[in-house]
Design a protein around this ligand. Structure first.
Ligand code: TXA
Ligand code: MG
Length: 317
């Protein structure tokens, strides 16, 4: 039997043609981005987009992000305004997703935007996905490459662990950021729907307006943010001072020699490194068969805000 990990493929000139063919024929493939790995399909194809929902077991009312190389194709699909262009110029390509008004005559599959009059759009930065996007005549509909509700993948092996041999994945190494993009709604009063590597302070430097932040379960604008999400499948307890017995303990900073069952997100308490290691650590703990996770308090600043957001949702009962 072929090893399931043989579905991890390298990107080179020969395989690039194959990858392109997979997408042109409305099949799916997982791709690296700078945030997490995504499960990609042709956003103009109903059949490709339907496949994404089916294989992820994703509720149909939870729309997908469309990924573009730049603004050349994008002009057919959604409206740009001054706010968008300012933020695009500063942060793209990069880890930010915009909720914008969809053009009525756009070719995007209606399944991708769950019949809303807005769409989520992003311009990813990872070198490999940019090489591919540049060659395509359509955007990619691409949610994170995991079963709905579970932890996003940050390595090709994680993707295979989710979908076994049903999906091929392009090797792009460990995801540099490790948590999903910032989602910002710019269709009315500006609002951050999901915190990520581009934060409120960065955005406020460019747009000097009041920007609000959706909190926890109150988010209704971003359907995917409702309810339990990013879950490793075992209970999580947050803001714990000392390891509880029988738990895997996630900390930020040094681990002492006799600290049992303790996993540090970053030995020198660096929040960027902690974000990069968050999902990897949750997956590792699950594989080691722990039945419960407790997590120490993580500072709520910079990428710590995104880490706390994901942990809170993962901990939801
Ligand atoms: O970093 C990322 O954004 C990754 C990589 C693969 O690009 N993608 C990702 O996609 O995290 P996904 O599907 O896991 O999360 C997309 C989020 C969901 O919370 C969804 O509800 C929200 O974007 N969304 C999509 N379209 C929307 C819309 N029109 N209005 C509000 N929220 C929307
Ligand atoms: Mg996701």
């Amino acid at each position: 039997m072929r090893n399931i990990y043989s579905n991890i493929i390298e990107m080179n000139r020969k395989s690039l043609t194959k990858i392109k063919k997979i997408l042109v024929s409305s099949q799916l493939i997982a791709l690296p981005t700078e945030t997490v790995y995504g499960l990609a399909g042709n956003a103009y194809s109903n059949s490709a987009v339907k496949k994404i929902y089916k294989i992820k077991r994703r509720p149909k009312k939870n729309p997908l992000i469309l990924h573009y190389y730049d603004l050349s194709l994008a002009g057919n699909d959604f409206h740009f305004d001054e706010t968008f262009l300012k933020l695009y110029k500063k942060f793209c390509p990069g880890p930010i997703t915009f909720i914008v008004k969809r053009k009525k005559n756009s070719r995007i599959s209606s399944y991708a935007y769950s019949k809303l009059d807005t769409v989520a759009v992003r311009f990813p930065k990872h070198k490999k996905i940019r090489i591919l996007l540049k060659k395509l005549k359509f955007p990619l509909a691409m949610p994170s490459a995991n079963l709905s509700g579970s932890v996003s993948p940050t390595s090709p092996k994680d993707v295979i662990d989710e979908f076994k041999n049903r999906i091929k994945v392009v090797n792009g190494g460990r995801s540099g950021i490790g948590v999903e993009s910032t989602v910002i709604d710019i269709t009315g009063k500006i609002k951050i729907l999901r915190p990520g590597a581009v934060n409120l302070i960065d955005i406020n430097r460019i747009i000097r307006k009041k920007i609000s932040i959706s909190r926890g379960a109150k988010i209704i604008k971003s359907p995917g943010n409702l309810g339990k999400h990013y879950s490793p499948g075992i209970p999580i307890v947050l803001n714990v001072k000392k390891r509880l017995s029988g738990c895997a303990f996630i900390v930020l900073g040094k681990i002492r020699k006799n600290d049992k069952d303790t996993f540090s997100l970053s030995l020198n308490a660096n929040l960027n490194e902690a974000a990069k290691n968050l999902y990897k650590t949750l997956r590792k703990i699950k594989k080691l068969n722990y039945k419960k996770i407790c997590v120490m308090k993580i500072p709520n600043k910079r990428l710590g805000i995104a880490i706390n957001d994901r942990l809170k949702r993962a901990a939801k009962k």
